[in-house]
Design a protein around this ligand. Structure first.
Ligand code: AMP
Ligand code: ZN
Length: 463
């Protein structure tokens, strides 16, 4: 049973075979740091987190690079508008981004290269392309990639060159090009750029957005690596152009598998400034969203379907997350964590089969929910063996290492509380309601609220 994924390049579900045995080299396009990242960006970053966690679970050694786009049209515009240095702007939003990633419990990349640290590598790539006649310099000192020199151009995005949509990023590159589809590798300096420029063999200027990712990914992972991800809006022109430049310069295949997550919608529609539905993490925190609840809302849909984010779904999602937490606590109270049993229940194999099928999270979660309900009943009715209890704990830990839906810090129950809960459980079994109530009061004095539910006692810290 091995992992199969949908490869945007071949448009097929394919068996995932890394270049080097159990090593996976993964590049994910990072944020453009001119503003705070929004919940749509985090849909993509969470999909990539799930993919990476699953690869790690399967035993792969993952080297993950996520770039920081710290120079492009938008960052420059913001720095000029706000009369601040480019560095001031990009540092501020890079720090905020890394804080948000950590709050959402997204595993950090092994390295977060910044585009401005790789200008030499970009210049080298552009020089190689000019040498091969795949790029040309215009009179103003801008350099363009010659699309007609790249016979495979359009394969990723499934388009014919004459049908190219004029994307915004391409239109932003309006200098003098041989063909409308050619894209900028190097943009000559304009007065509006203020003091933001680098020297190059073609005069002062700055790199185009696409060459940044080619240079950073190849510098960190080599010319040919396993996996490259982003959101669907990255397919064209960004990733298509990355392939053309990289393969043009090296003459080698660039990336084996491309994966893209679908868009996030808010309340069923596109995010837009005019509607005011672009949620940043800071705003969601103010609305009392927990990281686990956001993770659940965004990861419970398949990554290749559009997901709808809604404030109205908060309570529903909080309840699901609470169920995971209660299950964790139930196992802890029954000392499941102290039983050594790493043999996973049969349901794990079903769960694994679903995840191996192009990360089918909704199906995998379905398997987990059914098993969790069954196991909860067995524990409450004291119809579970010690081995099975240990096995349940192991599955839960695996599950949480992949999805991160349980805040184990929050779930941590001190030993003293755990033993009172056990006494109370016994009192309830013996229908000694008075004693059970006394113990409830004792727990409250110690700062813990206990509720009796169909799934047994549910305990939470008093806020
Ligand atoms: P950017 O900062 O614009 O370069 O975007 C960073 C990442 O967020 C890219 O991989 C985009 O594809 C992704 N992204 C942007 N908007 C959305 C959205 N509404 N839903 C999902 N992913 C998005
Ligand atoms: Zn990129």
């Amino acid at each position: 049973m091995s992992l199969k994924i949908y490869n945007t390049l071949t448009k097929k579900i394919e068996k995932f075979i890394p270049i080097n045995d159990d090593q996976v080299n993964l590049y994910t396009c990072g944020p453009t740091v001119y503003d705070y990242a929004h919940i749509g960006n985090f849909r993509t970053f969470l999909f990539e987190d799930l993919l990476k966690r699953w690869l790690i679970h399967l035993g792969y050694n993952v080297r993950h690079i996520m770039n920081i786009t710290d120079v492009d049209d938008k960052t420059i515009q913001k720095s000029i508008q706000q009369k601040k240095t480019l560095f001031f702007i990009t540092e501020k939003y890079t720090k905020a981004f890394l804080r948000d990633l950590s709050w959402l419990n997204i595993l950090p990349a092994d390295h977060f290269p910044k585009a401005t640290d790789y200008i030499d590598q970009m210049i080298k790539l552009i020089k190689d392309l000019i040498k091969k006649d795949m790029a040309y310099i215009d009179q103003g000192g801008s350099v363009y990639f010659r699309i007609k020199s790249s016979p495979k151009y359009g394969l990723l995005a499934n388009l014919k060159i004459e049908n190219h949509q004029k994307s915004k990023r391409v239109l932003n590159d309006e200098y003098s090009k041989e063909s409308i589809n050619d894209f900028a590798l190097w943009k000559a300096y304009k007065e509006e750029d203020g003091d933001i420029y680098w020297d190059s063999p073609w005069g002062k200027g700055r790199p185009g957005w696409h060459i940044e990712c080619s240079a950073m990914s190849m510098a960190e992972l080599g010319c040919h690596f396993d996996l490259h991800c982003g959101g669907v809006d990255n397919i064209f022109p960004h990733h298509e152009n990355e392939i053309a430049q990289s393969e043009g310069a090296t003459g080698k295949k660039f990336v084996n598998y491309w994966m893209h997550s679908e868009f996030l919608l808010v309340d069923g529609g596109k995010m837009s400034k005019s509607i005011g539905n672009i949620f940043k993490i800071k705003e969601l925190k103010e609305l009392n969203f927990s990281a686990e609840s956001i993770r659940y809302q965004l990861l419970s849909a398949h990554y290749r379907t559009k997901v709808n984010f809604s404030k109205l779904k908060k309570n529903e999602n909080d309840r699901v997350v609470q169920r995971f937490l209660s299950f964790y606590n139930l196992l802890k109270i029954n000392n499941a964590d102290l039983i050594e049993n790493t043999i996973l229940p049969d349901e794990y194999l079903k769960f694994k089969e679903k995840m191996n099928n192009d990360l089918d999270a909704p199906q995998a979660l379905g398997v987990f929910f059914v098993w969790m309900k069954k196991t909860t009943n067995e524990i409450i009715n004291k119809k579970i063996s010690k081995e099975k209890m240990g096995s349940a704990w192991s599955f839960l830990i695996v599950f949480n290492s992949v999805f991160g839906f349980i805040d184990t810090e929050e779930a941590l129950i001190p030993d003293e509380i755990s033993s009172i809960l056990k006494m109370r459980d016994k009192a309830r079994d013996e229908k000694n309601w008075l004693y059970a109530d006394i113990l409830r009061g004792e727990l409250l004095t110690l700062g813990w609220i206990v509720e009796d539910t169909e799934q047994g006692q549910r305990v939470s810290k008093k806020k």
